[in-house]
Design a protein around this ligand. Structure first.
Ligand SMILES: NC(=O)c1ccc[n+]([C@@H]2O[C@H](COP(=O)([O-])OP(=O)(O)OC[C@H]3O[C@@H](n4cnc5c(N)ncnc54)[C@H](OP(=O)(O)O)[C@@H]3O)[C@@H](O)[C@H]2O)c1
Length: 311
């Protein structure tokens, strides 16, 4: 595999920025009062636009399915759609999360821009098909926009099914996921050889391995990226607890650490959509605000890294 140097990354960065892959199409008000539009990125295999901030469901949506347990999450998911969110990522691995998502989608008012994403996480062709059919029922949808192979599990089997399902219109996009560095080499090989629309992996301001190969490769192969663990499962907030945001964060419309972490990720040109998980309305509004306003340029990205690493 070719090693990309700094100037390569810089070229790619500038090319993508100039190509204006970000488009804007929603008109709420920022906390500052300035009107702006939600940042969308382009899915390379189709040209479809997708809001840059999505929603994860691991742990946060794995709750009891009774009305009392679910009701606090209704305003959380409502805020997601109200602020221009589209992609919700789940998995049969996340306990009740798919069913809870389905129940919430039934109660939310404006889900017309939903982009549903879940995963297959089982061995064998027929068990995979059965699991994916159950996922659709649980999420209450008649098709899944993005079906991903979770953690590369039995991927050689499932990829054939996914290609077939896409051809038959049961899914619109095919993806594969990991959150472990030890799978990165296998993932790169799969990205080189198979017709993937999306790839999902971890990337955040302190875990930047993906910048070396996965993000440039996704860009070269025209594969959209979903970014998991943007907050290191919440650990980043513990690291910056009681630490002030730099005053220059306002230059990129960041009013919180959450927005700072998400805008760092969103500004990478190969990033399509980030999927932070939250069960709290305050955090949901905070995360969605990162999808508005200015994003850092390359120099500011480096400044953000330096600032966080020095804390
Ligand atoms: N292999 C895979 O396919 C794979 C692996 C890992 C993750 N994923 C996907 O990626 C999603 C995201 O990853 P993750 O859930 O592991 O971790 P994460 O999004 O990095 O962190 C989630 C944690 O951050 C907290 N949080 C969220 N927004 C916040 C804010 N604005 N301020 C303060 N705290 C905030 C949440 O707590 P509160 O509820 O209190 O807000 C939660 O504890 C998952 O839910 C899943 O959908 C996929």
């Amino acid at each position: 595999m070719k090693t990309h140097n700094y100037s390569y990354h810089r070229r790619i960065f500038l090319k993508s920025t100039c190509a204006a892959s970000l488009i804007y199409s929603f008109l709420p008000k920022l906390a500052s009062g300035a009107e702006t539009q939600v940042i969308k990125k382009t899915i390379p295999s189709s040209g479809e636009k997708l809001s840059v901030i999505g929603l994860g469901t691991s742990r946060t949506f794995n709750i009891n399915q009774d009305a009392e347990s679910i009701s606090p999450l209704i305003e959380v998911i409502q805020a997601f759609f109200d602020q221009g969110g589209q992609l919700i990522d789940s998995s049969p691995m996340y306990g009740n999360a798919e069913s809870v998502t389905g129940s919430l989608l039934n109660q939310v008012k404006n889900r017309q821009n939903l982009f549903s994403a879940t995963k297959v996480w089982i061995d064998g062709k027929s068990d995979g098909i059965g699991q994916m059919d159950r996922s659709m029922q649980r999420m209450g949808v008649d098709h899944i926009d993005l079906m991903q192979i979770h953690n590369l599990r039995d991927w050689q089997t499932h990829i054939e099914t996914l290609i077939d399902w896409k051809a038959r219109g049961k899914i619109r996009y095919i993806g594969i996921t990991t959150s472990h560095g030890r799978y990165h080499q296998d993932l790169q090989a799969i990205m080189q050889q198979h017709p993937l629309d999306f790839v999902q992996f971890s990337y955040n301001i302190l875990d930047r391995d993906a910048e070396q190969y996965l993000l440039p490769l996704a860009q070269e192969r025209a594969i959209a990226t979903l970014i998991n663990r943007p907050f290191q499962r919440g650990n980043l907030f513990r690291l910056v607890k009681a630490k002030p945001l730099p005053e220059w964060a306002s230059n990129i419309d960041c009013a919180s650490w959450g927005q700072f972490f998400l805008k760092f990720i969103a500004s990478h040109p190969a990033v399509t959509c980030i999927i932070p998980a939250t069960s709290k309305i305050k955090h949901m509004k905070d995360n969605m605000a990162a999808g508005y306003g200015r994003l850092p340029d390359e120099q500011t990205r480096q400044r953000m890294i330096d600032y966080v690493e020095a804390l």
